[in-house]
Design a protein around this ligand. Structure first.
Ligand code: ADP
Ligand code: MG
Length: 243
């Protein structure tokens, strides 16, 4: 691993800043109990970067991902996504941002069990009101891209964990999102499938996608070019990974 760099990361940032968090705070309230899961996070991620966010369980990684993915809003501080102040957006606008700009991959795959692979993959395009013929064409192309051209009509239950996660990656890609967010995407996979999924992320990065990968495993994080560590709701380090 690299030593700590104290200035901005050195990764090229040709198109601007995709993610910008300034003094980001998130407090959860459960009855009368408050818990501050993010306690003032400053983080900027540029277009085309591949960043891993690491930290022990409970450190605030998923909270950060939910904020960055517009699934939740900050209690205090600012979040700009591609220059846009997310705090100013209403529910409908947030849903639109998620649908058009972001692709999500989760540990639990979150596929719909009754739908075939290609039907799962076309879903973001259904929400995006893309015509049916184009949806199928793009879903098939996305599945071919992740090496599942032979499994188009299989349901999730007929696929291995690694294959299911590749379907989920295809679904994340099908809308051509600017930013791919993955929260412990290899957490439920064996080492072989982990390598398959990480190889896909490597390829996406090589094609210019911005990727934020959350993991608590160093081996997984080392696929990224920059490794940010979180602890107790604060950034602990921000390093360029020389590989
Ligand atoms: P990580 O993903 O790093 O394991 P999380 O972001 O899920 O961490 O959680 C950070 C902290 O916030 C944990 O202590 C967790 O218990 C707490 N937390 C997360 N979500 C909620 C919630 N909806 N309500 C209350 N506390 C929460
Ligand atoms: Mg988590």
């Amino acid at each position: 691993m690299a030593e700590l760099v104290l200035d901005r990361p050195t990764e090229a940032d040709p198109e601007g800043t995709v993610i910008e968090l300034v003094g980001a705070r998130k407090t959860y309230r459960t009855g009368s109990i408050e818990f501050e899961a993010l306690r003032g996070v400053d983080l900027a991620i540029g277009a085309g970067e591949y960043v891993a966010i690491m930290g022990p369980s409970g450190s605030g990684k998923s909270t950060l991902m939910n904020i960055v993915g517009c699934l939740d809003v900050l209690t205090a501080g600012e979040y700009r996504l591609a220059g846009e102040d997310v705090g100013e957006l209403d529910e409908v606008e947030l849903a639109d941002v998620r649908n058009r700009r972001l692709g999500f991959v989760f540990q639990q795959f979150h596929l719909l069990p009754s739908l075939t692979a290609w039907r799962n993959v076309e879903l973001p395009l259904v929400y995006g009101r893309v015509p049916a013929a184009e949806r199928k064409e793009r879903a098939v192309a996305a599945l071919e891209r992740v090496g599942l051209g032979e499994k188009l009509d299989n349901r999730p239950g007929e696929l291995s964990g690694g294959q299911q996660q590749r379907v989920a990656v295809a679904r994340a890609l099908v809308g051509e999102p600017a930013l791919i967010l993955a929260d412990e995407p290899t957490g439920n996979l064996d080492s072989r499938s982990t390598e398959d999924v990480l190889a896909l992320f490597d390829e996406l990065h090589a094609h210019g996608r911005t990727i934020v990968l959350i993991t608590h495993e160093l081996e997984v994080a080392e696929h990224a070019r920059r490794i940010v560590t979180v602890r107790d709701g604060l950034l602990q380090s921000d390093e360029v990974n020389p590989r």
